[in-house]
Design a protein around this ligand. Structure first.
Ligand SMILES: [Zn+2]
Length: 99
């Protein structure tokens, strides 16, 4: 089910007839999602996604893929349609310079 106990104790235990194998049962409503993929596993596909979601003109990264093939930028750069601020991540700040 894509869940893990999340530190909860089992609420029941099933033992097979030989008594050698035990299965612990947990409450589904208290379970939490399995841990996400490791950062490394996630990083590779993310690069490809980032390219399709980042506007080359304003460097904002949108949560949706951009029409880069047709417009070459996000809608706001293309025709001024303001982008919903919750639909993108602001571009990274200019590189910090040590004082
Ligand atoms: Zn843009």
């Amino acid at each position: 089910m894509g869940l893990r106990p999340g530190g909860r104790d089992p609420v029941a235990q099933m033992t097979c007839r030989s008594g050698k194998r035990v299965a612990y049962l947990y409450r589904v409503d208290l379970a939490v999602p399995k841990l996400p993929m490791t950062i490394a596993k996630e990083a590779a596909p993310d690069k490809a996604m980032a390219a399709r979601q980042t506007c080359p003109r304003c460097r904002r990264r949108y949560f949706a893929c951009l029409p880069l093939r047709t417009l070459g930028s996000c809608l706001e750069c293309h025709d001024g349609t303001p982008a919903e601020p919750s639909s993108y991540i602001a571009p990274p700040a200019k590189q910090l310079v040590a004082a």
